[in-house]
Ligand binder design. Structure first.
Ligand SMILES: [Zn+2]
Length: 197
């Protein structure tokens, strides 16, 4: 074990789903078995770090000011789906069941974990609603106490303009978000969304 190898392993271990053994395997794979892959990986990491940012409209990942979904005129159908994380957005996109636009909060309210409204991407959401681009707000937040608190906080702050608000997640396992639901479950959860106002 050299200091550089150890440093690489330490960084890999910080990634989700990678434990000590996997970190060791990946590090050795890159340094011993396939050293030619290392510069490619470094280049991809640098490119992503330099180019990928948050969409100024919805909080999704983007390489321009706006993400491809916000920039797509065809997706302006008045439906706005609010999710906790980019991974949730990706799961709903994979299901192919939703054709509107999104808003990513980057978390949910949690007094226990110290997540307050100002820590979430809420301000731009209220601005989008105030700007009149939304006719139906679909809350795709997790089916737990924190998800419910976030939905409640949001609906309390909505303008009283007859905006339709619905919520999905009732068909999903309790306490889980949309991330771990398969495409069929997600599709039926979206279709079976219920009025929430
Ligand atoms: Zn966007």
């Amino acid at each position: 074990m050299t200091p550089a190898l150890e440093a690489l392993q330490q960084q890999l271990k910080k990634l989700p789903g990678i434990g000590f053994r996997s970190a060791e395997r990946i590090a050795l794979h890159l340094l011993v078995e396939k050293p030619a892959r290392l510069p490619e990986l470094v280049a991809a990491l640098e490119l992503a770090a330099k180019n990928v940012r948050r969409c100024t409209t919805c909080g999704n990942l983007a390489e321009e000011d706006q993400c491809p979904i916000c920039a797509d005129e065809r997706r302006r159908n008045g439906q706005l789906c609010v999710v906790e994380y980019v991974t949730d957005l990706a799961a709903i996109e994979r299901s192919g069941a939703f054709h509107g636009r999104y808003h990513v909060l980057h978390g949910k309210l949690s007094p226990i974990r110290g997540v307050a409204p100002e820590d979430l991407n809420l301000g731009t959401l209220l601005q989008r609603i105030a700007a009149g681009e939304v006719t139906e707000l679909i809350l795709a937040l997790s089916n737990d106490v924190e998800g419910e608190a976030t939905c409640h906080y949001l609906t309390e702050r909505l303008p009283k303009t007859g905006l339709k608000v619905s919520r999905i997640g009732f068909g999903l396992p309790s306490g889980s978000g949309v991330l771990y639901a398969d495409a069929v479950t997600l599709k039926s959860a979206l279709e079976g969304r219920r009025d929430y106002s």
